[in-house]
Ligand binder design. Structure first.
Ligand code: PRX
Length: 653
């Protein structure tokens, strides 16, 4: 198992402890350990109590139906997620409370109250209906970080359509594959969005993506940048024009709690992205409960999660969790260092943001840019900080605590995945004494273990596989159109338990320490990239015969991709070809998957049976190994790969 440097550091510093400040504890939703103990005793009761806080159009008859590996929560109940996230608040004292506070990268500002959001969601739901989108149909959304993105998602939820949001950084090819898999007939996009002062041409990318997909009947285009974009007559529709004609009332569809709410594609160990399918009732209850208790959400908080809505973090903790709780969620469209590396800190000061949820990779970038940028601003409105996406190295944790949190804000290091839908391992800020680098304990009502290959719990401080022992409400339903793959990826390694694919250990105080991925998925800047996906992109280049892609520790991104490529005969290596290969990956997947280094080599090290020895390459390239690799690979193979790597490095890329 390969261990990122973060964990090595954490091994050294873990004695350090940060109890919750007394003033924080006093006002927190959860202030004593009893809460978690009670939930552990009777998780079903815990979840059923939480679920009662929502508006159900019909109450459930069975809380959980567990036919491994398929869990169905709130069976028999009907509910509408958009109604719970919007109408419920618009009909209460929160009607004129800000639901979404937004700033565009060029500096425009917008506030949508719950009443305003309700009008927009109703209208757009009616637009979708008029385009003949029905319950169960898939709608692909490819948009910048503007309020119309959550409006489109909520409109889908309102009429029971399943949304598939694609991150705005993905390429035309990636969109093509996802639209094809989801069979989306309608796509919602914008002309473009802003990123570091430039326009990202979203509509043109969509045009390229769907040119040969007759399944796409309509593309709705929001005018964000107002630059002229080609509009295909009959297919393309302007957002504003459609909204002007829409009915301002569109009744919410009562959905079965076990109906799907959305599909979100994520990287796997094979070339094909997995369509993670999330439910309606269980997902809503899971994300709302975790959001309220982990971020200790109060009526007057201004909460900012800096993720992009294209990732699960944005789905659960920018849109559904906060709005389900009637909170105010802040959204910013652009880059953190635009026009200067203090954009975030100036936003926090200007708006008085109280809770900040971000990723270790961003924290490390800010550390590198220097303390002078946050120091220019008054960050005293902050009361709580969070991180997600990868293990946070204790040095970054301490910098975040001191420089951003002024030493007074608890930090919640939240572990979860696209598949888990909601946070599963995390501190509760009013009760948990934190240790920098540890995500601490399972959330109340969640049962997690660290086990060996046989499913037996490992000893204290021994590394093993993180598994979740019981279903939880926001658990994925299945992989879209592929229940067999769902079973095989998550439920075949350790019978009866959900296999996370992460390594972990539990220390003598029962704290969980996450140790990174154990499969061929690596974590670049907090996002999962399947190395196989990048390999398939590389071998689709006409000059490439074979490729192996591995991760190597990177000071900012956590991990960076390194590619080893064998050319088809007759081709020579050159800088131009390497640049061409990187460009090829960019257009196949997107900038996030472009390898930092591409080595062109004569051959790849293989086992006798002909398999590329990726695991050995990976552990040598990352320079850190733990566990007993000798049992995994024969020691001769390790030497062979070492020599091969030295020869490559000697020759240069
Ligand atoms: O390896 C874990 C890491 O991110 C993976 C999930 O990636 P993704 O589905 O893209 O979702 C990211 C945001 C939820 C996990 O398998 N990971 C996520 N959070 C943490 C983490 N590793 C350590 N500590 C965390 N807090």
């Amino acid at each position: 198992m390969v261990v990122p440097s973060a964990t090595i550091d954490s091994l050294l510093k873990e004695k350090e402890q940060y109890p919750p400040p007394a003033s924080f504890r006093e006002g927190a939703w959860v202030r004593d350990e009893r809460f978690s103990r009670d939930a552990a005793k009777d998780p079903e009761r815990f979840w059923s109590e939480r679920a009662k806080e929502f508006d159900w159009s019909r109450p459930w008859s069975t809380l959980l139906e567990w036919k491994p590996p398929f869990a169905r929560w709130f069976v028999g109940g009907t509910i509408n997620v958009a109604q719970n996230c919007v109408d419920r608040h618009a009909a209460s004292a929160r009607r004129n409370k800000a639901a979404i506070v937004w700033e565009g990268e060029p500096g425009e500002k917008r506030v949508l109250t719950y009443a305003m959001l309700m009008r927009e969601v109703n209208r757009f739901a009616d637009v979708l209906k008029a385009l003949d989108v029905k319950r169960g149909d898939r709608v692909t959304i490819y948009m910048p970080m503007i309020p119309e993105l959550p409006i489109a998602m909520l409109a889908c939820a309102r009429i029971g359509a399943i949304h598939s949001v694609i991150f705005g950084g993905f390429s035309a090819k990636a969109i093509h594959d996802r639209v094809e898999d989801a069979e989306s007939e309608v796509i919602v996009t914008a002309d473009g969005g802003y990123r570091r002062g430039k326009i990202v041409p979203l509509k043109r990318t969509v045009d390229e993506a769907v040119a040969d997909l007759p399944v796409v009947r309509h593309v709705v285009v929001f005018a964000r940048t107002k630059e002229a974009v080609p509009m295909q007559a009959g297919r393309d529709i302007g957002w504003d024009a459609a909204m002007a004609e829409a009915d301002p009332v569109c009744d919410p569809e009562p959905m079965d709690a076990t109906d799907p709410l959305f599909v979100l594609y994520t990287s796997g160990t094979t070339g094909k992205p997995k369509g993670v399918l999330h439910s309606t009732g269980g997902y809503l209850v899971g994300v709302a409960t975790t959001h309220r208790l982990i971020f200790d959400i109060k009526e007057d908080d201004l909460y900012w999660c800096t993720a992009d809505i294209g990732w699960v973090t944005g789905h659960s903790y920018i849109v559904y969790g906060p709005l389900a709780n009637g909170a105010t969620t802040f959204m910013y469209e652009g880059a953190p260092d635009w026009p200067h590396p203090d954009r975030w800190w100036s936003l926090i000061q200007e708006y008085g943001i109280t809770i900040l949820y971000t990723a270790p990779t961003a924290i490390r970038a800010f550390m590198r840019w220097g303390d002078e940028w946050p120091k220019k601003h008054d960050l005293s409105s902050l009361r709580l900080l969070g991180t997600v996406g990868e293990p946070i190295n204790p040095e970054a944790w301490r910098w975040y605590h001191r420089t951003i949190g002024g030493g007074r804000c608890p930090i919640v290091d939240t572990w979860w995945q696209t598949e888990t839908g909601m946070v599963l391992i995390t501190p509760l800020p009013g009760v948990t004494t934190t240790k920098p680098g540890s995500a601490t304990h399972p959330f109340p009502g969640v049962e997690a273990e660290v086990v060996d290959e046989k499913g037996q719990p490992v000893a204290v401080n021994k590394g093993g596989y993180l598994v979740i022992s019981k279903p939880w409400p926001a658990m994925l339903m299945t992989l879209y159109k592929d229940p067999e793959r769902y079973r095989q990826v998550y439920w075949s390694q350790i019978p009866g338990k959900y296999f996370t694919g992460d390594g972990a250990r539990i220390d003598e105080d029962g704290y969980f320490w996450l140790m990174g991925r154990i499969d061929d998925v690596i974590n670049v800047a907090g996002h999962r990239i399947g190395t196989m996906e990048v390999e398939s992109a590389l071998v689709s280049h006409p000059k490439v015969a074979e490729a192996a892609v591995v991760g190597r520790p990177h000071p900012l991104k956590g991990q960076a991709l390194v590619a080893y490529v064998v050319l088809k005969s007759g081709h020579k290596r050159s800088d131009a070809l390497r640049a061409d290969l990187r460009e090829h990956v960019r257009s196949a997947i997107g900038a996030i998957a472009v390898p930092d280094e591409v080595y062109i080599t004569e051959k790849l090290p293989k086992t006798r049976s002909g398999k590329i020895m990726r695991r050995v390459i990976r552990s040598l390239v990352s320079g850190q190994e733990i566990g007993d690799t000798t049992t995994l690979e024969d020691p001769g193979a390790v030497d062979e790969v070492r020599k091969w790597l030295e020869a490559i490095e000697g020759k240069g890329p």
